[in-house]
Design a protein around this ligand. Structure first.
Ligand code: C2E
Ligand code: MG
Ligand code: MG
Ligand code: MG
Length: 293
């Protein structure tokens, strides 16, 4: 015990840990600054129906803007520290509001069935004000609840499961869509999937990458699609990068996908052009999103 303590004390002063602590501080300060000075931006990645090419939804992905011409940084690099410091709560509220305001603009342009997907981290999911915040944002934007798709990870389902069930039930009662992100990487069992009111599974990109390359990945993708079908859940494949992956998925009954093959995450203006181009240049394709006013 004393030895353990001694070792911990010693470790506290090692350069490695100091560097970690320093990075923690630097990132936390950077996030606070970005919040205060409006240096966040949402990028949007299309979620498409593979058969028709129709854009069904846009996933909002957070970027931290950089000074000058430097490329914005993915929020993925900051998420752990944002969670630990609690900064994820104000940041997450900003994301929800911004994403809904943007979807409202697209719907007003005529893309009336377009939907938006927003990522929710575990801490956001467990905050008491989540439902009130979402209700307020829907009220402000006038969007129906079913326009919003919340992406949560399996770890959210595993922690504090009775509370979770309550929250999920209430979100479901409001009419929101719930998807499990990175599906297959966590530990959710069939029992969980039956018990929680979720609507869709997003097959994690690591498995999609292994399609036709790795027997285990290929088997897992096939099994997840079959499982989703038998549980009457929608299924979307993440990280689709090749035509081969797309055709494998379609031939196994998965219709929805996102990934570089269909388009990376882009700023809102560029996404608007994607929507327009789809309408203009795909006359053979039923654009179910466009309802001209
Ligand atoms: P995610 O929700 O699973 O998002 C998918 C990530 O995969 C995105 O990275 C996306 O740009 C990337 N991606 C999409 N298609 C492909 C592909 O074909 N190939 C490859 N290699 N990658 C692809 P991004 O934007 O860096 O986001 C990383 C993670 O950060 C997200 O994973 C999500 O967990 C988290 N995140 C992003 N924005 C937010 C946010 O607003 N709130 C929260 N709580 N988390 C966020
Ligand atoms: Mg996601
Ligand atoms: Mg994912
Ligand atoms: Mg992920």
């Amino acid at each position: 015990d004393a030895k353990e303590k001694g070792r911990n004390n010693y470790q506290f002063f090692t350069p490695a840990l100091n560097t970690t602590a320093q990075r923690h501080l630097t990132v936390a300060n950077r996030l606070r600054q970005a919040l205060a000075h409006d240096e966040f931006a949402l990028y949007y990645q299309p979620q498409v129906d593979m058969e028709s090419g129709t854009i069904l939804s846009a996933e909002a992905l957070l970027r931290c803007l950089q000074p000058g011409d430097k490329a914005p940084i993915s929020f993925g690099a900051f998420i752990t520290i944002a969670e630990k410091t609690g900064l994820i709560l104000p940041i997450g509220d900003w994301v929800l509001r911004q994403a809904c305001l943007q979807l409202k603009q697209w719907r007003d342009l005529g893309y009336a069935d377009l939907r938006i997907a927003v990522n929710l981290s575990p801490r956001q999911f467990h905050q008491p004000h989540l439902l009130a915040t979402i209700e307020q944002i829907l009220g402000e934007t006038g969007l129906p609840a079913n326009a919003l798709d919340l992406e949560i990870t399996e770890s959210v389902l595993l922690q504090r499961s009775e509370d979770n069930l309550d929250t999920l039930q209430q979100l479901n009662d409001m009419g929101l869509q719930l998807s499990i992100d990175d599906f297959g990487t966590g530990y959710s069992s069939l029992a969980y999937l039956q018990r929680f009111p979720v609507h869709a599974l997003k097959i994690d990109q690591t498995f999609v990458r292994g399609i036709n390359q790795n027997l285990n990945d290929t088997a897992l993708v096939t099994a997840i699609i079959a499982m989703a079908q038998s549980l009457h859940l929608e299924v979307l494949a993440e990280g689709v990068e090749t035509e081969q992956q797309a055709s494998f998925l379609m031939s196994h009954g998965c219709r929805a996908a996102q990934g570089f093959y269909y388009g990376e995450a882009v700023p809102a203006k560029t996404f608007t052009r994607l929507l327009r181009r789809q309408t203009a240049h795909m006359p053979g394709v039923q654009d179910s999103n466009v309802r001209r006013k």
